[in-house]
Design a binder for this molecule. Sequence first.
Ligand code: HEC
Length: 104
Amino acid sequence: MNKLFFPFLIFFFFASSLIFSEEKTSRDGKTVYDAACAVCHQNGLAGAPIFGDKSAWGYRVNKSLDELTYSVKNGLRGMPAMGLCMNCSEQELEMAVSYILDSL
Ligand code: HEC
């Protein structure tokens, strides 16, 4: 069997447990971002403003943390509700948004 298969499997379980588990412990912004948001925000998939690229965020940087978190929670055009982190708490979404804002 391919030597990479096993580490990949472990990684997959780890990543999917972050996205799908019912764990109640709160994850930090980077953890949530990497698990749920990076898919779109790392490369601008579906027109998402790119992580670390201030010009891509444009007018959005003038929105408040609350407004931005609200957009993630409820979805905004190309972004599905909860930014696809279905088991994220509002606090976790907010920390992920802060993590993105810190990169700009
Ligand atoms: C399926 C792709 C996708 C995923 C996953 C995703 N986003 Fe987005 N996001 C988008 C797109 C597309 C936009 C731009 C929406 C628009 O204004 O048309 C956006 C916009 C945003 C904005 C700006 C909202 C505003 O009010 O202008 C924030 C903040 C944001 N995303 C945070 C997140 C966070 C945090 C996560 C993870 C929990 C996440 N996104 C996951 C696609 C995604």
